[in-house]
Design a protein around this ligand. Structure first.
Ligand code: NAP
Length: 250
């Protein structure tokens, strides 16, 4: 048995730790977007595969028998590629997907939207000093329409292009505390928070801070996961799946 673990998330690191402790032969894969990534335990490779064909070649060349997709819930391309490549090679694949915030105690009071343009429209109705936490790759959706807004933007890595002069950009990667988030929202006089339904605890403190300050929250819904891929919510379930599944003939 040899597992390729597509990661870049806290739960992927936790799964790698569990696998290494169990003696499972695992190699974790990171996209290479973050300059100083938190590395998982065990073997790690970094960088894209080169599409579905590149991933198929990697699976074959490295005798991978099981594929685990533990990428971020919004990393849809990698999940789709994994589904296609596992099918082409004939190995079992599973998605480790952290639960979303739809069950959060405040979820019913948030403004749920299906897209980033939808988030802009909703936020425009709610406030004028947005806190944008939907990630570096989404900033083009706000750059034009909010170029003159005093938007607060939080990202992990520095921007390649200069942000609009009115924006205030902070670099941080969490986990965050509720008190820290309250202080940040107050200091920048934020009156609407934009997020996506990442789920998990690392970035959830802003949601509690927003409730305590009475600041409205706009949430972009998750994209649909690839169809036909079994899905579990925690590393223990992946380990149970590994024990039960057998590599198919190659
Ligand atoms: P994506 O749109 O699904 O994938 C874009 C391309 O990046 C893929 O086609 C693949 O390149 C490469 N890639 C993605 N994940 C990879 C991995 N684990 N190992 C090797 N290559 C990978 O992904 P994304 O949204 O840009 O996210 C990139 C990484 O950041 C993911 O690992 C994800 O878990 C992590 N992350 C994403 C977010 C987010 O909001 N999207 C948030 C936190 C962390 P090739 O086609 O060349 O193979």
């Amino acid at each position: 048995m040899k597992v390729l673990l597509l990661g870049g998330t806290a739960e992927a690191r936790e799964l790698a730790r569990v696998m290494v402790a169990a003696g499972t032969d695992v190699v974790s894969s990171l996209a290479g977007r973050v300059s100083e990534p938190r590395l998982p335990e065990g073997a790690v490779r970094i960088g894209g595969f080169g599409g579905v064909s590149g991933l198929v070649a990697f699976l074959s060349e490295h005798d991978i028998t099981h594929l685990v997709v533990a990428t971020h819930p919004f990393a849809t391309t990698m999940a789709a590629h994994a589904s296609a490549a596992a099918g082409a090679v004939g190995i079992p694949v599973i998605r480790l997907l952290r639960p979303g915030w739809t069950t959060h105690q405040d979820a019913a009071g948030w403004h749920w939207v299906d897209s980033y343009p939808g988030a802009v429209a909703a936020a425009d109705r709610l406030g004028s000093r947005p806190f944008i936490t939907t990630g570096r790759q989404t900033l083009d959706h706000y750059r034009q329409v909010w170029h003159d807004r005093e938007a607060l933007v939080r990202i992990v890595e520095p921007l390649v292009m200069a942000p609009p002069p009115a924006w205030r950009v902070v670099h941080d990667r969490g986990p965050y505390s509720v008190n820290g988030e309250i202080e940040l929202l107050r200091r920048h006089e934020v009156d609407v928070v934009l997020t996506k339904d990442s789920g998990g605890s690392y970035t959830a403190a802003k949601l509690d801070a927003a409730r305590q300050l009475g600041v409205p929250v706009v949430v972009v819904r998750r994209p649909d996961p690839p169809s036909g891929m079994p899905q579990v919510a925690d590393p223990a379930a992946v380990m149970a799946w590994l024990r039960e599944s057998r590599p198919s003939a190659r």
